[in-house]
Design a protein around this ligand. Sequence first.
Ligand SMILES: [Zn+2]
Length: 215
Amino acid sequence: MLFLPLLDGAIAQPERPEAAVLGIDIGGTKLAAGVISPRGQVLSYQRVPTPADQDAEGLFDAVVGLAEAVRSRCRLPVAALGVGCGGPMVYPEGVVSPLHISCWREFPLRLRLAESFGLPIALDNDAKAFALGEALFGAGRGSRALLGMVISTGVGGGVVMDGRLLHGASGNAGHIGHTVISRAGPRCPCGARGCLTAYSSGTGLVSRARAALGR
Ligand SMILES: [Zn+2]
């Protein structure tokens, strides 16, 4: 049985529990799409590097093309779309301005995907989506509380309590990546200094290694 998060964070059964869900992950380094069975099994999957030097429409076309390609390789009907995207975003409207995707600023991703696919959409911060996925089908299955952390181009997090994904007042609950570790620390892509992301993200680690090696 596959469950979808409602906007208020509760977990509910989809209208067609026998149908699959198309998942899309949009990050600063890679795009991924997969068709997921009602039991949480990945039926088809593909990931590609996030195209660089694209404008907003070019990147959107790449996302739709990848998702359509993955859907076409699967026989099960797809009932809904689940999308994780780097933040920040206006939640739950799904207007995104990902720190690590400079061509999307206030891009109406949820609306555009709804127009392209004509399916119900759950769109959230990628780290929150990851935390919910682990709570339902992964490392957190059966546990009462879970903190999921993503360390990739940035650092993100999400919290699931009693089967509910926490959203917080602005949709950013659990997002620890921009917690300031040291006010005198390195500059973070968000503009602040010394965020956890500036130290421990993939890009932050590379920058620190370069500095240590004098390159
Ligand atoms: Zn930051």
